[in-house]
Design a protein around this ligand. Structure first.
Ligand SMILES: [Cu+2]
Length: 121
Protein backbone atom coordinates (compact mmCIF):
# COMPACT_ATOMS: atom_id res chain seq x y z
CA UNK A 1 0.00 0.00 0.00
CA UNK A 2 2.87 2.40 0.66
CA UNK A 3 4.64 1.52 -2.55
CA UNK A 4 3.29 4.47 -4.67
CA UNK A 5 4.42 6.95 -2.04
CA UNK A 6 7.85 5.42 -2.00
CA UNK A 7 8.06 5.73 -5.77
CA UNK A 8 7.04 9.38 -5.65
CA UNK A 9 9.71 10.06 -3.04
CA UNK A 10 12.27 8.33 -5.23
CA UNK A 11 11.32 10.43 -8.27
CA UNK A 12 11.57 13.63 -6.21
CA UNK A 13 15.01 12.56 -4.98
CA UNK A 14 16.23 11.79 -8.53
CA UNK A 15 14.96 15.14 -9.89
CA UNK A 16 16.61 16.99 -7.01
CA UNK A 17 19.89 15.18 -7.66
CA UNK A 18 19.73 16.03 -11.38
CA UNK A 19 19.12 19.68 -10.56
CA UNK A 20 22.11 19.67 -8.22
CA UNK A 21 24.31 18.26 -11.00
CA UNK A 22 23.19 20.66 -13.75
CA UNK A 23 22.89 23.74 -11.52
CA UNK A 24 26.55 24.66 -10.96
CA UNK A 25 27.60 24.25 -14.61
CA UNK A 26 24.86 26.61 -15.79
CA UNK A 27 25.74 29.16 -13.13
CA UNK A 28 29.37 28.96 -14.27
CA UNK A 29 28.56 30.06 -17.84
CA UNK A 30 30.41 33.31 -18.29
CA UNK A 31 28.21 36.24 -19.07
CA UNK A 32 28.96 39.28 -21.20
CA UNK A 33 26.69 42.27 -21.30
CA UNK A 34 26.43 44.43 -24.39
CA UNK A 35 24.65 47.77 -24.47
CA UNK A 36 23.91 49.96 -27.45
CA UNK A 37 22.14 53.31 -27.29
CA UNK A 38 20.13 55.26 -26.44
CA UNK A 39 22.80 57.79 -27.49
CA UNK A 40 25.67 57.04 -29.85
CA UNK A 41 27.40 54.63 -27.51
CA UNK A 42 28.17 50.93 -27.63
CA UNK A 43 29.82 48.90 -24.90
CA UNK A 44 30.63 45.37 -23.85
CA UNK A 45 31.15 44.53 -20.20
CA UNK A 46 31.91 41.57 -18.01
CA UNK A 47 30.60 42.50 -14.60
CA UNK A 48 31.50 46.17 -14.16
CA UNK A 49 34.55 46.12 -16.43
CA UNK A 50 34.80 46.93 -20.09
CA UNK A 51 35.92 43.83 -21.96
CA UNK A 52 39.46 44.11 -23.36
CA UNK A 53 40.72 40.54 -23.05
CA UNK A 54 38.98 37.21 -22.59
CA UNK A 55 39.83 33.54 -22.39
CA UNK A 56 38.67 31.34 -25.27
CA UNK A 57 35.36 29.66 -24.55
CA UNK A 58 31.61 29.87 -24.77
CA UNK A 59 29.95 32.94 -23.35
CA UNK A 60 26.38 34.02 -22.83
CA UNK A 61 26.02 37.39 -24.49
CA UNK A 62 23.12 39.54 -23.29
CA UNK A 63 22.58 42.64 -25.40
CA UNK A 64 20.36 45.55 -24.40
CA UNK A 65 19.48 47.59 -27.46
CA UNK A 66 18.00 50.89 -26.38
CA UNK A 67 17.35 52.53 -29.73
CA UNK A 68 15.64 51.99 -33.08
CA UNK A 69 18.59 53.44 -34.96
CA UNK A 70 21.38 51.15 -33.74
CA UNK A 71 22.27 47.50 -34.10
CA UNK A 72 24.76 45.33 -32.21
CA UNK A 73 26.99 43.07 -34.26
CA UNK A 74 29.89 41.02 -32.96
CA UNK A 75 32.53 39.59 -35.26
CA UNK A 76 35.86 37.82 -35.21
CA UNK A 77 37.32 34.36 -35.81
CA UNK A 78 34.40 32.02 -36.60
CA UNK A 79 31.77 34.59 -35.69
CA UNK A 80 29.81 37.31 -37.45
CA UNK A 81 26.49 37.87 -35.75
CA UNK A 82 23.94 40.65 -35.64
CA UNK A 83 22.54 40.13 -32.13
CA UNK A 84 20.00 42.98 -32.26
CA UNK A 85 18.91 44.47 -35.60
CA UNK A 86 18.62 48.18 -36.27
CA UNK A 87 14.86 48.47 -35.66
CA UNK A 88 14.87 46.12 -32.66
CA UNK A 89 14.58 47.60 -29.17
CA UNK A 90 14.90 45.34 -26.16
CA UNK A 91 17.12 42.57 -24.87
CA UNK A 92 18.40 39.49 -26.66
CA UNK A 93 20.54 36.68 -25.34
CA UNK A 94 22.77 34.48 -27.46
CA UNK A 95 25.65 32.09 -26.95
CA UNK A 96 28.93 32.96 -28.62
CA UNK A 97 31.98 30.75 -28.98
CA UNK A 98 35.16 32.80 -28.84
CA UNK A 99 38.46 31.54 -30.21
CA UNK A 100 41.91 33.07 -30.11
CA UNK A 101 42.14 36.30 -32.03
CA UNK A 102 40.70 39.80 -32.16
CA UNK A 103 36.97 40.43 -32.04
CA UNK A 104 35.04 43.58 -32.58
CA UNK A 105 31.57 44.79 -31.78
CA UNK A 106 29.95 47.50 -33.77
CA UNK A 107 26.80 49.37 -34.63
CA UNK A 108 26.78 49.08 -38.43
CA UNK A 109 25.00 52.35 -39.35
CA UNK A 110 27.45 54.31 -37.18
CA UNK A 111 30.50 52.08 -37.37
CA UNK A 112 33.01 54.93 -37.39
CA UNK A 113 31.63 56.27 -34.09
CA UNK A 114 30.31 53.18 -32.40
CA UNK A 115 32.75 50.30 -32.19
CA UNK A 116 34.98 48.45 -29.79
CA UNK A 117 37.37 45.54 -29.83
CA UNK A 118 38.87 42.95 -27.52
CA UNK A 119 41.36 40.14 -27.65
CA UNK A 120 40.81 36.48 -26.93
CA UNK A 121 43.81 34.41 -25.98
CU1 LIG B 1 24.29 53.25 -34.26
Amino acid sequence: MRFPQFRLALIVAVVAAAAAVTGPSQAATLKLRGTVGPGFTIQLKQGLKNVTKLRPGTYLLVVSDKSQIHDFRIGGPGLNKVVTGVSFVGTKTTKVRLKRGTYNYVCDPHRTLMHGRFKVG
